[in-house]
Each structure stands twice: as structure tokens, then as C-alpha cells.
Ligand binder design. Structure first.
Ligand code: GTP
Length: 264
């Protein structure tokens, strides 16, 4: 028996952000990539201008958590509105790019999904490199996956910047009847670690859009505040402008423009 109403809604880590969550999704490309072994540039984040001088942003977001918590299905639900009851374990890395508009600016979120199983994981440092946002996912019906959250957060801290926008996601909240982690426990951990928190269901779509878009919005707000003009940032922008030009040319080039993985 499913219960949608029991899913915990979004808990803000910070006071409400200055922007609303009404992002307009422009495209829904399916740039899925399995490029293990190829040595290519890793995108960090980007700002560029198109022909009309409009600002563009590219944010890399990673989805992490134990195996079978629903990472791949959360991404496929968000990007393509698809769910698979029999999805296979992810091998290596996949990513999807979503474009949207915030305050008249084009924002592209490049969302990376990797295997929860250690033996199927690609080079860890390459996966995290350049990430400005992260969804840390556990399965509300399996307590061990909640207990692993600390380990995933530690890995994120080791491999990325401290300013990464982070969302704790308790997935499979449609399975209320076999819940093993309470909403209160999820909230408490999120508060302790300074994360946003939401419970989702990739199966029935509950809060999936909110989870991703809250992270994107938080990154956007952070980046806007920083104004993206520091000296340390300029090199990255130069690299990423090239990637964005490729990305704009055609959907098919999108996956080749942004790929993983080179080891550090
Ligand atoms: N009931 C329910 N099942 C889900 C939900 N999300 C995912 N599943 C199921 O959980 C299983 C694992 O989902 P995946 O998306 O492959 O999990 P994953 O975290 O990507 O797994 P790895 O690739 O091994 O890291 C699949 O059988 C999905 O159908 C959900 O929200 N509700």
C-alpha cells in the first residue's frame, strides 16, 4: 500500500532563497554518456555569453549514495519523466544535461550519476571534480543506506569544494509501510550537517523536481553572489566557454562536449 502524503517536504537549510522555485525548463535532452577510459576535459562550472550577450551558466551536480537507493531513477524521472522498476546497477558514470532559465539567464545543470557499488565506480576524484552541487541519497526503507550518508558526505568533502550545495534525499517515500528511517531522523541529520532535506519518490514523482531544482537554485544564488569574476575563476571560464560552444551546436555533440573521466 502506497502513501504519498507521508513524504517529508522540503526543509530549508537556510532562510528562504531570494528566488522562487518557478524555473522554466526549456529542453529535456538525453545526453547520456559512458566514456570510461577516455581522457577528456572535465567541466567545472561555467559562465559565458551567447550571441545576444545573454549569460549562460553550467553547473555540475553529482548524485551519490549506496547502491539501489534510486539514484538513476531519480535522475531519469527528473530528466525524462521515466521510471524503471527493473533498473540495473549503474556501471561507471552517466550524466544528463538539463537546461532551464533563471532570471532570464540560461542555466544548464549537468547531473552525474555513478554506481553505488564500489566495484562499479569510476575514478572517484574525476567524478567529483568541478561539482558545485550534490544530492546525497538514501533509501527510507533500508537503514544501512541512511547510516552510510556520513561516509558519502566525507567523500564529498574530500573531493570537492566546501561551498558545494548539498541536499539530503530520502528516496522511496512511496513505501511508507516498510519505512525504516523516520522523517525526524532525516531532518535531524540534515540540520546537523547543514543540508537541505527532502523525501522523494522516483516511482510516483513526489518532490523529485523540487530536490534537483532547489540545489540548482542554491548554486545559482551562490554563484550570483560571487559574481564569477575572481582571478581564480577565469581559467575555468576559458575552458568551459569552449565546451558551451560545442554544447550549443547540436544535441548530439552535447555528450561529447562534456565527458568524464581523467584521473588525478
Ligand atoms: N518503490 C520505489 N522503488 C524505487 C524508487 N526509486 C528506485 N526504485 C527501485 O529501486 C531499485 C534501484 O534503483 P536504481 O535507480 O537503479 O538505484 P541506484 O541508486 O541508481 O543503484 P546503483 O546504480 O547500484 O548505485 C530499482 O528496482 C528501482 O525500480 C522509488 O522511489 N520507489
Amino acid at each position: 500500500m502506497r502513501s504519498m502524503s507521508s513524504c517529508a517536504s522540503l526543509l530549508h537549510r537556510l532562510p528562504s532563497p531570494p528566488l522562487s522555485l518557478s524555473l522554466s525548463l526549456q529542453t529535456s535532452p538525453t545526453s547520456l554518456s559512458r566514456n570510461l577510459g577516455k581522457k577528456k576535459k572535465t567541466v567545472k562550472r561555467a559562465m559565458s555569453s551567447d550571441d545576444e550577450g545573454r549569460e549562460e551558466y553550467l553547473f555540475k551536480i553529482v548524485v551519490i549514495g549506496d547502491s539501489a537507493v534510486g539514484k538513476s531513477n531519480l535522475l531519469s524521472r527528473y530528466a525524462r519523466n521515466e521510471f524503471s522498476a527493473n533498473s540495473k546497477a549503474t556501471i561507471g558514470v552517466e550524466f544528463q544535461t538539463q537546461s532551464m532559465e533563471i532570471e532570464g539567464k540560461e542555466v544548464k545543470a549537468q547531473i552525474w550519476d555513478t554506481a553505488g557499488q564500489e566495484r562499479f565506480r569510476a575514478v572517484t576524484s574525476a567524478y567529483y571534480r568541478g561539482a558545485v552541487g550534490a544530492l546525497v541519497v538514501y533509501d527510507i526503507t533500508r537503514r544501512t543506506t541512511f547510516e552510510s550518508v556520513g561516509r558519502w558526505l566525507d567523500e564529498l568533502k574530500i573531493h570537492s569544494d566546501t561551498t558545494v550545495a548539498r541536499m539530503l534525499v530520502g528516496n522511496k517515500c512511496d513505501l511508507e509501510n516498510i519505512r525504516a528511517v523516520s522523517v525526524e531522523e532525516g531532518k535531524a541529520l540534515a540540520e546537523e550537517e547543514g543540508l537541505f532535506f527532502v523525501e522523494t519518490s522516483a516511482l510516483d514523482s513526489t518532490n523529485v523536481k523540487t530536490a534537483f531544482e532547489m540545489v540548482i537554485l542554491d548554486i545559482y544564488n551562490n554563484v550570483s553572489r560571487k559574481q564569477l569574476n575572481s582571478d581564480t575563476y577565469k581559467d575555468e571560464l576559458t575552458v568551459n566557454r569552449v565546451s558551451l560552444v560545442k554544447d550549443d551546436n547540436s544535441a548530439s555533440k552535447q555528450s561529447s562536449g562534456f565527458s568524464c573521466c581523467s584521473s588525478t
